[in-house]
Design a protein around this ligand. Structure first.
Ligand code: UGY
Ligand code: MN
Length: 247
């Protein structure tokens, strides 16, 4: 989908946004060196979380100190060594980690061009629920399930389905023609990146052609629907807030 000179597929609306790789502008972020960092979604947009893409050069590193912020990181491409507190492991594409609030994390020895997608949110504790524990894992080891029984829409839930967690991150993979079964309208907010393939995303009353690398923000109650198009399967990684009281 080449863009015409002076045109963009990006759209920043009050309750949703689409940002394409052609729109990226880097920020300098404390703790990240030898890398380009693009803050794709944060409070400036109206979101209650941040979604950031880090692309490492050889010799680059991320070293983030403990705070009230929890971090989920997903290796979109390349690989490196991740540590969260005392845990340490090599991760490749599809590898991911979860650093709870109060835990420090690092990514070191990245292959040149490694892309790491981060979802970060201030942790909201729940009385009676223990703090979540650090995780380093791989999406390849997470069993998917047909979404609402549809084998053309496969859902992998990467974090434990447990009340300790106030965020979820999932991978949704669709066969060509596969689609969300209905137009969702819900209180949960989403941040999303297309991992592969292409399709059409409905956001409120607009329909957007989307492809690999595109990022979407959906505010709470943003009407949403997706259909995968083309000859290849399409997949996206997405964040949502979960497990906390309505009031
Ligand atoms: O988990 C979800 O709300 C998911 N079905 N939403 C989405 O894919 N846009
Ligand atoms: Mn949804």
């Amino acid at each position: 989908m080449p863009e015409l000179f002076g045109h963009t597929r990006a759209r920043i609306a009050a309750r949703h946004a689409l940002i394409t790789p052609a729109n990226h502008v880097n920020s300098s972020v404390p703790g990240i060196t030898g890398a380009t960092t693009v803050i794709l979604i944060n409070e400036a947009l109206g979101a209650k979380f941040a979604q950031t893409l880090v692309t490492f050069q050889k010799g680059g590193a991320a070293s983030i100190t403990a705070s009230e912020v929890q971090t989920f990181g997903y290796v979109v491409s390349g690989g490196g060594v991740v540590s969260v507190d005392e845990q340490k492991a090599k991760v490749g594409a599809g590898g991911y980690f979860y650093a709870p609030a109060g835990s420090a994390w690092t990514l070191t020895s990245p292959k040149a061009g490694t892309q790491l997608m981060l979802f970060q949110k201030k942790y909201v504790p729940l009385v009676g629920a223990p703090l979540p524990k650090p995780i380093i894992s791989d999406a390849a080891n997470v069993k998917g399930t047909p979404f609402l029984g549809d084998p053309a829409a496969n859902l992998q839930v990467l974090l434990p389905d447990d009340a300790s967690f106030d965020m979820a991150v999932n991978v949704f993979a669709y066969q060509p023609g596969g689609h969300l079964p209905f137009i969702e309208v819900h209180v949960m907010e989403h941040g999303l990146v297309m991992l592969g393939g292409a399709g059409v995303y409905r956001l409120e009353d607009s329909w957007y052609p989307v492809q690999t690398g595109d990022v979407i923000w959906m505010a709470p109650y943003c009407a949403q629907w997706f259909v995968a198009m083309g000859k290849q399967p399409a997949s996206y990684l997405y964040y949502k807030d979960v497990n906390r009281a309505a009031l």
